[in-house]
Design a protein around this ligand. Structure first.
Ligand code: G3I
Length: 476
């Protein structure tokens, strides 16, 4: 994991802090892992409710509305992440070549940070909203302009932006699976990876995202094309950290339940995922809850951003697609999202007990009921002893004997999993995922057995997440 030595670090550590595993669904015939019931009262705002699972809930903010107190009151109360709706785009930040203007972008940034919110950056390389001078460029001149733009904007916001949408909407709609034709695309197919490499060098601390729409349905050609690009980038070491799913759902591009599969499949490539511009035509409460639960079900889903506060703030107000109506009242969709974030749809039946390996049928066990810090845990026949009872806490720990925690003795594949006195570190926090995998909060790696073993005495360690039977656990 890269080190993050910048002002955003505190914010990022904060959102990766106390984690409550939220689980939905079942794990085949085996009982799924279940989360601890919230030890705290349900939260009453979207941001606070999302934070319970280490996520954020954000909104697009338009600088022109920051003087509207009804708008800022809701935005400040409900959201803990902000995306500038238009103010960090190319036309806004570099109106003349080489002359940058961050006035509007900074208005949004400063409002967000002064109110304790993190900021997503949107967007650095895009076919749309290019200033006139850029629209007329082509070839190597345009390529250099793109690089200069990324460098100029990222230098201004260096260390301040948690996620940047480096490239936006580069794939064509429809069934071709092709890149979208644009002046940037015509500079050469490698323009996207050049943008990401430039961005990594410009601000090594920012998570670098590719962002697009109509890529939520796993069966769509555009989704597959984006997946193939990300897989290729990961295999060749192109620096990409996250994929943003805009999630502008409407009758032509409706929500489909396979969105969760899409998120899971991208996460399995080794990138984070985020829902970046959510709005839903008609704002069905059920669909909003489904989208929220899809994000909650995927450990690498960082958070959700809705594309505006009230319906009247939306880029498509006629669709009434947001969580607040024109007079600022909460809509039914608001309540369904809040309930989902609070875990109201999962109703976990238990918060402790054995962790039984789906592949082995054996339990996570402390050898010889040792209480010594540093004892590596193992697989052993499930017998219900206290050395096999793992209690989830609201902080995301898995405790045994009350005061010892399941503890990762490192952050890489092969790191030993041991018991250690609970101290609140991220290496003692775990996400219990709905597919049965258990992810270390510090490492992002999965609880696994050594060499995928199933025998008594097989040691438990961290491994890259594959979703295999040796990495799936159920409450026995
Ligand atoms: O500010 C000017 C105003 O001075 C002028 O009088 C008026 C007349 O047209 O235009 C105003 O600018 C508009 C701007 O929004 C601010 O309201 C632009 O015309 C309009 O094109 C622009 O639309 C934005 C759109 O991106 C442009 O592509 C929307 O606000 C914004 O919500 C939308 O956001 C995009 C994401 O960036 C990418 N994904 C899709 C999403 C929705 O289209």
């Amino acid at each position: 994991m890269r080190s993050h030595v910048h002002p955003g670090t505190a914010i990022r550590r904060k959102i990766r802090g106390p984690l409550l595993a939220l689980l939905v669904g079942a794990l085949g015939a085996a009982p799924a892992l279940v989360a601890a019931p919230a030890a705290h009262a349900a939260e009453s705002t979207l941001g606070a409710a999302a934070k319970q699972s280490g996520r954020y809930f954000g909104t697009a903010i338009a600088s022109g509305r920051l003087g509207d107190s009804a708008y800022t009151t809701i935005a400040n109360r409900e959201f803990n992440s902000v995306t500038a709706e238009n103010e960090m785009k190319i036309d806004a930040t570099e109106p003349q070549r080489g002359q940058f203007n961050f006035a509007a972008g900074d208005r949004v940034y400063n409002w967000a940070v002064q109110n304790g919110k993190q900021v997503r950056g949107h967007t650095l390389a895009w076919h749309s909203q290019q200033p006139g001078w850029m629209q007329s460029l082509s070839g190597s001149n345009l390529r250099q302009a793109m690089i200069g733009h990324i460098n100029g904007v990222m230098a201004h916001y260096k260390g301040k932006i948690v996620q940047w949408d480096v490239v936006n909407e580069a794939f064509a709609d429809g069934n071709s699976g092709a890149r979208r034709d644009s002046n940037l695309q015509r500079t050469g197919n490698d323009w996207i990876e050049v943008a990401f490499r430039t961005a990594r060098a410009a601000d090594p601390a920012a998570k670098l995202c590719y962002n697009d729409y109509n890529v939520e349905n796993w069966t769509w050609a555009k989704t597959q094309a984006m997946y193939n690009m990300v897989r290729d980038f990961k295999s060749r070491g192109v620096p990409i950290d996250c994929v943003g799913f805009q999630s502008h759902f409407n009758s032509g591009s409706p929500y489909n339940a396979n969105f969760r599969t899409t998120l899971q499949n991208f996460a399995a490539l080794g990138v984070d995922v985020a829902i970046t511009e959510l709005d839903i035509q008609g704002a069905s409460a059920t669909t909003y809850a489904n989208v929220t639960n899809d994000c909650l079900a995927v450990p690498r889903c960082l958070g959700i951003t809705v594309w505006g506060v009230r319906d009247s703030d939306s880029w498509r107000p006629g669709d009434t697609p947001l969580l607040f109506n024109n007079n600022g009242s909460k809509k039914p969709a608001y309540t369904s999202v809040l309930n989902a974030l609070n875990g109201g749809t999962s109703n976990p039946p238990t918060d402790g007990g054995p962790l039984k390996g789906v592949g082995s049928g054996r339990c996570v066990d402390v050898p010889n009921s040792s209480t010594t810090d540093g004892t590596q845990v193992q697989l052993y026949d499930c017998h219900g002893g206290t050395n096999q009872q793992w209690q989830s806490t609201s902080a995301g720990e898995l405790r045994v004997y009350g005061n010892k925690c399941l503890d990762a003795g490192g952050t890489g594949a092969g790191a030993r999993i041991q018991i250690y006195s609970c101290w609140g570190g991220d290496n003692q926090k775990w996400r219990l995922n709905s597919d049965g995998t258990v992810t270390g909060v510090q490492s992002g790696l999965c609880l696994d057995t050594a060499s995928g073993g199933t025998a008594n005495g097989t040691l438990i360690q961290l491994n890259s997440c594959s979703g295999g039977g040796s990495q799936r656990w159920a409450r026995a």
